[in-house]
Ligand binder design. Structure first.
Ligand code: AMP
Ligand code: GLY
Length: 429
């Protein structure tokens, strides 16, 4: 089979790496890819959001399956376009992708199906939102309705922050149309956990649990990022939470989608807060997590390709996934300044040396080839994943590998899988 992976991050490198191991795969293309994917796939210089050109490429190159990494092409309807051209694509269609691209859609679904989540109200008028906030106990959580590159959630510690956040999102359109409508919700106490489910429209199989570290610096300090590291399995997840997750979250969700006439086929990643009262949904994502995927896939023993196909074909209940029982720890190496302004074009050293370590896998994110050199080309640059008999062993190995890689002004967290992941991040837009 010929496969096209869409995206250019660590997640897409991990997906391509895993698919490369499938005996059913002939050629893999990655659009647009990075320096890492160029070693195992054929990179194609088409942006992930240029849907017509991607479809044309898939037609001309007899692509049997397209795997969509990021959320924006899904929200823009890439799967609808491909399906209309009789091209097979993994991921939800535009209508099902609303579960991530509209927090109001997701909240409404959770309300009607009584899925445990933070109490919330939605607003399209800033005066009404402000008036509502005046009556709440702080902190509160303010969320832009639409996609906002990870910047759409503010945990406001006080009324001043709430006021300025609402003003910036709704009146000044700092997040464009994404912030015109907002959700104001209750602040939940607990620890976070990322779940990944392959959903085939009516049934699902769960991948192993994982957790990510969203904040930039050690001790959960600094601004929120796309994710500075992850580990699997999550240390706050057990059989009881899984059984409640199934009966209180997944089954009602599938029923709710059915009642709305929406068929979700793809990867559903609910972000949960594990509270004293059990799991609560923070958000639903409609694609693989980044960097969770870099921690999960090295633990997956089964071939990923038949699982993706079964998800599309509606036969996922016949599939079981085999897992390596060892733990995985993923550490992200980022450009100085990330998630704010950063420079690119820095030569990266030590990649080959780090890759010689046993049970270590190096995934590229913002990298590009320049002649013989690999240079930085983004905020998150490299993710190093190591397997170990437990989290501590995996952690030690990941940091041993990471210590061999460097570039000017690079930074990484030293406490991935070590400190409890802070659930509670206050801040402003
Ligand atoms: P979201 O994009 O909705 O997952 O929010 C991003 C991050 O904000 C989450 O990973 C949490 O760390 C935090 N967050 C979101 N909603 C809440 C909430 N209701 N209570 C506490 N923290 C939250
Ligand atoms: N790791 C967070 C995300 O993929 O949304």
């Amino acid at each position: 089979m010929n496969i096209l992976v869409i995206g250019s991050g660590g997640r897409e490198h991990a997906l391509a790496w895993k698919l490369r191991q499938s005996p059913h795969v002939d050629r893999i293309f990655c659009a647009p890819g990075n320096a890492g994917t160029s070693e195992i796939t054929e990179n194609v210089a088409i942006p992930a959001t240029d849907l017509p050109t991607l479809a044309k490429f898939a037609r001309q190159n007899r692509i049997d399956l397209t795997v969509v990494g990021p959320d924006d092409p899904l929200a823009a309807g890439i799967v609808d376009l491909f399906t209309s051209e009789k091209l097979r694509a993994f991921g939800p269609d535009k209508s099902a992708a609303r579960i991530e691209s509209s927090k109001i859609f997701a909240k409404e679904l959770m309300r009607t199906q009584k899925i445990p989540t933070a109490e919330a109200r939605t607003f399209c008028n800033s005066a009404e939102a402000l008036h509502h906030c005046e009556r709440l106990r702080f902190p509160i959580v303010i969320k832009a309705d639409g996609l906002a590159l990870g910047k759409g959630v503010v945990i406001a510690a006080d009324a001043d922050t709430a006021r300025s956040t609402i003003d910036q999102m709704m009146n000044q359109a700092r997040l464009g149309d994404s912030g015109r409508r907002i959700v104001v919700e209750e602040f939940l106490q607990g620890t976070e956990c990322s779940l990944h489910a392959l959903v085939d429209g009516k049934d699902y199989v769960l991948l192993e649990s994982s957790r990510d570290h969203k904040r930039a610096f050690d001790g959960d300090q600094g601004p929120n990022t796309g994710g500075m590291g992850a580990f699997s399995p999550a240390n706050n997840w057990n059989k009881e939470s899984q059984s409640r997750f199934d009966s209180e979250i997944m089954r009602p969700l599938l029923r709710g989608l059915r009642e709305k006439g929406v068929t979700f086929r793809g990867l559903l990643y609910p972000g949960l807060m594990i509270t004293a009262d059990g799991p609560r949904v923070l958000e639903f994502n409609c694609r693989f997590g980044d960097p969770e995927t870099q921690a999960l896939l090295p633990r997956m023993r089964s071939d990923l390709l038949p699982l993706l196909e079964a998800t599309i074909d509606g036969t996922i209940e016949q599939c079981a996934i085999e897992w390596d029982t060892r733990a995985a720890v993923t550490v992200v190496l980022a450009s100085g300044g990330y998630p704010g302004k950063y420079e690119t074009g820095k030569p990266i050293s030590g990649l080959d040396d780090a890759a010689t370590l046993e049970d270590v896998q190096i995934f590229h994110a913002g990298t590009k080839r320049d002649g013989k050199e690999t240079k930085t080309a983004g905020g998150r640059v490299i993710a190093v994943t190591a397997l170990g008999s437990d989290l501590e062993a995996a952690r030690a190995r990941a940091y041993e590998a990471m210590s061999r890689i460097s570039f000017e002004n690079c930074h990484y967290r030293r406490d991935i899988a070590l400190t409890p992941v802070a659930a509670n991040v206050t801040g402003s837009l």
